[in-house]
Structures are given as C-alpha cells and as structure tokens.
Design a protein around this ligand. Structure first.
Ligand code: GLA
Length: 693
C-alpha cells in the first residue's frame, strides 16, 4: 500500500494506491504536518461492509470506473467509434510524487488507453490545481470525462453554487446533500451567467469567516458539468469536467481543464482569498496588467450606436477633466453598425461615422493624456454582413438556427476563421494605437463544442504573443464569460451589464468569492439606470463602482457641478489607493443586520484596509448593529476614518466620534468587538478606511 502527501501552506491532499490500483484521495483538508502517519489515517477511517452491498467498498478513486459495480457516477464514459460502450480496466504504471506535485499514469494495454492525472501546488496562492488527459490508440467517443474526482469529507454539509442571468450574475444558492446525484450541465457553450463553474462545500456551522470550507473551480470558458453525488452508501464525490457534448467527434486525445482547489479553516473567505491570490499572481506575470489600473470612460451607455466625432471628443474631454485615464470606444465603430442587426464580422472602420478613420478621435484622446480602448466581438457574425455573404459556411451549428441578438457564431475549429479574425484585429492594432480591447461575446452557442473554446484560446494566445502589452477585457453580455481559463489570456472581467449600483452591491459582493478588486470592471452608470429604471444618486453609484476597477459609463453631460465634485472626490480617493488595492484581499463580511452587505479589502501585509458597508434596504431595528472585520493584524493599532461621511441630521442625531474625526482601535478590537457606524439611508454605503499607526 502506497501513500502520497502533497501540501501547500494551507491544505494537504493525501493519496492512497493499493496493489497498483488507481490512486484515491483519502484526505483533502487542513495542512498536515510532515510527520503525519498516513497509514494511521487510513486505519482510523477504514470502512465496514453492510448487508446488501457488494463485497467491497469500491474506493472513490480519482477516476472511478463504470463496469465494476461502482454504485456512483463513473468519472469516464466512453464508447468505440461505432458506439459500443467501453469499460477500461486501468492498472497503475507509474507515480511521480514530491510534496508539491503528484502525478500518475494508468493504462489499459488491451484497449490501448493511457490516462494521466496531475496535481500541483500553486506556491503563490496555495491553491492545488489538478487536471487529466486521456490518450487512445483508436479513435473513441467521450461522453463524460471528469477532471480528477474529489471525494468530499463526511462533515462537509452543504453546497454553495452560483447561478445567474443577464444583469444579475453570481447569485449564490445553498443546496444540501441528498442521496443521488445533483448535476449541473451547462448547455450554453460558455462559462455563462447561468452556471458559474464553481462550487463550495461547507460544514454545518461555516459562514464567511469561520468554519471549514472547500472550493472547486473548473477553469474553462466553454461551459462545465458538475456532478455532486451522495452514493447509496453515504459517501460523497464531486466531479467537474467539460459540459456534455463538448468532445463531439471520435478522437484519440482528450484533456480536462484545470480544476482549482482550495481548503480553508476560516470560512468561505479563507478559500476565496486563495482564489483571488491565484488571479493576482497570474496578473503580476503579465506585462499588460502589471501597471496600476487606469480609470475607464466607456461610451456605451452614453451614446450606444450613435457615434459622432464631436460628441465623442467632448465626452473624452469631460471624462479627462473628471479623472478618467482610458477612453473606450464601444460597439458601433465598424462596418455599417448602426444597430445590433448588422456588421459583426466586418472589422473595418465605419466610413460614414469616421470618414478618415479613427485617427482624429484617437489623436484627440491621446492628446488629452488618455489611453485608447476598442470594442470587438470577434467570435460572432450577423447574417447581414459581408463576412456572412462571403462565408456562409463559417458558422457554427445548423444553417437555419435561431439567431441570438441577431447574430450567429463563427466556427473557431476552422483555422481559416481564426486566421481571418487574427488578421482583422491585427490590421486595426497595427494601424491604431490601441491599449485595450473589450472582447465581447453576446450570445449562447448553438452547440457545445470544446474545439470552439480551444479555437478562442488559440486566437487570444496569438494576440497575446503579438501584443504582450495589450490589455484585454473578457465581456459576454456582462459577466457571461468569467473563469480562470479566460483569465489566462485576459486581464479584466466586465462583471455585469447592470450599472445599477444597488444590484451591483450584491453582484460585486459575490465576485469576491473568486476575483481580486483589480480585475472586476465596475462603472458608474447613469443616474437613471438603463437596465432597472432605478434612480440612484452619484455618491452611491461612485462609491459602489470604486470597489473594483473603476470607470464611468454614462452621458457625462447629465452631471451637475456638485455631482462632478462628488465624482472627482471618489476618483481622487481611488487613485490614491489603487496601488495596494491591485492585489488586496477581499473578505465578505458576516453582518448581524441582513439589510447590509459588507466587503473588506485588506492589503496583503495587513497594514491598510477599506471596508464598504452597504445598506441595501432599511433595517428592522432603529439603531445600526456593529460590524467586525477579519484578517487584520491583531496587535496593531489602526486609525479608522469614515471616508464619505455625510451629515444626515434628520435621521442621525447622535454625537459619535467617528463622524468628526478618525478613531483608533487595535486589530483585535475591530475583529472581536466590532465598530458601529452612524445611521444612514437605504441604498447608500459607508466607506471606512484603516491604516496602521
Ligand atoms: C454587451 C456588453 C455591453 C456593450 C454591448 C455592445 O451587451 O456587455 O457592455 O459592450 O454589448 O453591444
């Protein structure tokens, strides 16, 4: 019997293999000491056998097979080219293991199948990442291929999942384990609003800041499938892989996307901060995202398709005066694009709107000292376009399929399509000084096909290689394509098309489960929100947007003098704090008043923090309840300031010191005892800053 132990600073995974069997995870949880007796672990948790079972407890190994009485879902379902089911009988051929890496190869020589699984520690974030690949001598059809399968601890009680829709991303749902399989299978061909590819598993008493929590994220942009199953004998497993149908045709090599795993003993935040750190670590390695984030002005909600050079120049001027540092020309600059009914695919500058090209606008923007960003939606084509007329055979799916936002999807498994798109984008990038691309993707796919996602990754990788300093934002009708797969090639995520600050309080709060502040695009929208009709004052809109990568996206002419001053104040605060907030850790707060939502952003060294305490609705009780902040240096003394104090004498009459001056408290005091804030109105938020003295 062999045992293997890999460990990061936060977590350990222990594998066991007996008689050359497929290795199984027997422990995933808190970091174990080097000296731990793994054999003891195996003995203490050894299973009994009950009546009515077959004569062995078949391990939930990293690749449980069908065909040998395993009473749960198999991690692999394959067929021959002619459709006959194949049940491999894998034997272990080799293991390579250190304390930070484990990989194994198993094979079925008769069937000509080789399976390889790897687990490795990401040192910067402490995540453990795993993936698998499968090779076959003869072409086979893969119906289901899970990344290495993860058994779940008996004490892990509840699943936390994410669903959503356009303008309401990342809704969190709690589900309890029940006997049987809970399956999420995303048929949209993108990671999607509907099925964010992650799940957390928590103990009964876990919350944001305490209790054990496990997180799994499948880093894939093409839609995932998750099976969370309680077997008839009570054991539990989680499988994650590409969505059904992803591996369309018979083939000889298959691979899963990386599965990112984190365990934390201090609640959901102790898992989330590892995910965030992973993303920050990746961004640090990229020339396009190393520099501090510039403040955006995006013209979409200001002009939509009505581009006029004068109007855009004026907007750029006002944006610059307000403190913007990058102007993004959104949809409408190409082909005959006066509405969303035409021209996707024709990536040449619209000569009615821009008779001598984009240079007059770009020159103006650059003279104002701003960077320039440009919108593309490369994977799509409108039937009303030159591209479609010339290449009707380039579309993905059936010829007479439903349109989505009047558009079809290009088939990126065709190398000529990738070449065409690369050349179109390259021509624009060669001609104009473009610092940033907003890469959109505004419909679900007609069919699920992994080759489509590989094609996208290839296209993005080519652009990354040619333009290493070009920053790319992943947008998909807002947050329809946010995952660690796309973040390999992009640096910013457009979190949601909802610029409604109240909706945003919740969406942004949930985004802290995975992403650091610097990758989440957050814009101040118009006073009357275009997607909800709600009217929100500029202070709330601006402070909510200031939680992420800040920007404005509305007709700036609607601002009064006073509103401009408020916006400028937030801009100045944001600029003054953006350096340490690049990779600040985000903690979702457990607040005793359900009318509030709170987020702490803490510098990696713990010296600075900002907390956003949002009053979403009115409270049931008259006096505000306290809030507590996790993660601070307990012995240190912090100076705490209410950054956006506004007098509200009709509702807040007390004499609280924090209203007039900074107060002081130790980390321990803030963490254990808590702080109380003045009364405020619903749909506003307090911004509290702390600095070590
Ligand atoms: C999508 C994006 C928006 C905007 C429009 C342009 O909906 O999410 O931000 O770019 O497309 O058509």
């Amino acid at each position: 019997m062999e045992f293997y132990h890999i460990t990061s600073r936060t977590q350990s995974i222990v594998f066991k293999s007996e008689n050359y069997s497929m290795p199984a995870i027997i422990y995933w949880g808190k970091k174990l000491g080097e000296e731990v007796d793994l054999r003891q672990m195996d003995t203490t948790a050894c299973y009994d056998l009950a009546g009515g079972m077959i004569d062995a407890v078949i391990p939930i190994d990293i690749f449980p097979q069908g065909g040998d009485s395993f009473a749960g879902q198999a991690g692999l379902k394959i067929r021959s080219k002619t459709g006959i089911k194949i049940y491999p009988n894998f034997r272990l051929c080799g293991v390579e293991a250190t304390n930070s890496k484990f990989s194994c190869v198993v094979s079925d020589d008769k069937l000509g199948l080789i399976y390889n699984a790897s687990f490795w520690v990401d040192v910067y974030s402490d995540l453990i990442v795993s993936s698998a690949d499968l090779k076959s001598q003869d072409p086979i059809i893969v119906d289901w291929f899970s990344a290495p399968v993860i058994p779940i601890d008996d004490f892990a009680f509840e699943l936390v999942e994410f669903s959503g829709r356009w303008t309401k991303e990342l809704q969190m749902n709690h589900a309890q384990w029940l006997p049987g399989a809970r399956v999420r299978d995303n048929p949209t061909g993108r990671s999607g609003h509907e099925h964010f590819p992650a799940v957390f598993v928590i103990n009964q008493d876990s919350n944001n800041n305490s209790g054990k929590a496990y997180g799994l994220h499948y880093g894939w942009s093409g839609g995932h499938k998750m099976i969370a199953e309680e077997l008839p004998d009570g054991r539990r497993q989680i499988q994650m892989g590409h969505a059904s149908g992803s591996y369309g045709e018979a083939d000889v090599t298959f691979k899963t996307a990386p599965l990112y795993m984190a365990f934390g003993g201090d609640g959901l935040n102790s898992v989330s901060t590892q995910f965030q750190r992973f993303v920050s670590g990746q961004l640090k390695n990229k020339p396009a995202s190393r520099k501090p984030r510039p403040i955006h002005f995006n013209c979409w909600e200001a002009v939509y398709f009505e581009h006029s050079l004068e109007r855009l120049k004026n907007l750029a001027q006002t944006a610059a005066e307000l403190g913007a540092e990058r102007f993004v020309l959104d949809d409408g600059w190409f082909g005959k694009r006066n509405s969303d009914r035409t021209s996707l695919g024709d990536w040449n500058v619209n000569c009615e709107k821009y008779p001598i090209g984009l240079s007059p606008l770009i020159d103006h923007i650059k003279n104002l000292g701003l960077e320039f960003g440009l919108w593309f939606e490369p994977e799509m084509v409108n039937p009303k376009s030159d591209l479609f007329i010339n290449h009707p055979d380039w579309i993905l799916g059936l010829p007479n399929q439903n349109l989505g936002r009047n558009q079809l999807v290009l088939d990126l498994s065709k190398s000529e399509v990738i070449d065409y798109l690369y050349n179109c984008i390259n021509e624009i990038l060669l001609q104009y000084d473009v610092d940033y691309v907003k890469w959109d993707h505004n419909r679900v796919l007609p069919i699920v096909e992994a080759k489509q996602t590989y094609g996208l990754y290839e296209l993005l990788a080519r652009l990354n290689r040619s333009y290493p300093k070009l920053e790319i934002e992943s947008c998909s009708s807002g947050g329809g394509r946010m995952d660690f797969g796309i973040l390999d090639y992009t640096q910013r995520l457009w979190l949601s098309d909802s610029n409604d600050a109240i909706e945003r309080m919740q969406i942004q709060n949930a985004s802290a489960m995975f992403f650091p502040p610097s990758v989440i695009g957050c814009h101040v929208g118009p006073k009357k929100c275009h997607t909800t009709g709600r009217e929100i004052d500029v202070s709330t809109r601006a402070w909510v947007a200031a939680q992420g990568h800040f920007g404005f996206e509305f007709d700036l002419d609607e601002l009064s003098h006073d509103e401009k001053s408020i916006l400028k104040e937030v801009v100045n605060w944001w600029k003054g704090n953006r350096y340490w907030r690049m990779d600040a850790l985000r903690y979702r707060l457990d607040l005793p008043d359900p009318a509030f939502l709170g987020e702490l952003q803490l510098s990696q060294d713990g010296d600075n923090f900002v907390a956003f305490i949002s009053q979403v609705t009115s409270s049931a009780q008259a006096l505000p309840r306290k809030f507590r902040l996790p993660g601070l240096n307990r012995e240190s003394l912090y100076e705490i300031k209410l950054v956006n104090f506004q007098k509200r004498e009709n509702i807040s009459r007390g004499r609280m010191p924090i209203k007039n001056q900074p107060i002081e408290a130790t980390g321990e005091m803030i963490t254990e005892f808590g702080i109380r804030l003045p009364i405020t109105n619903p749909q506003t938020l307090w911004v509290i800053e702390g600095t070590i003295k």
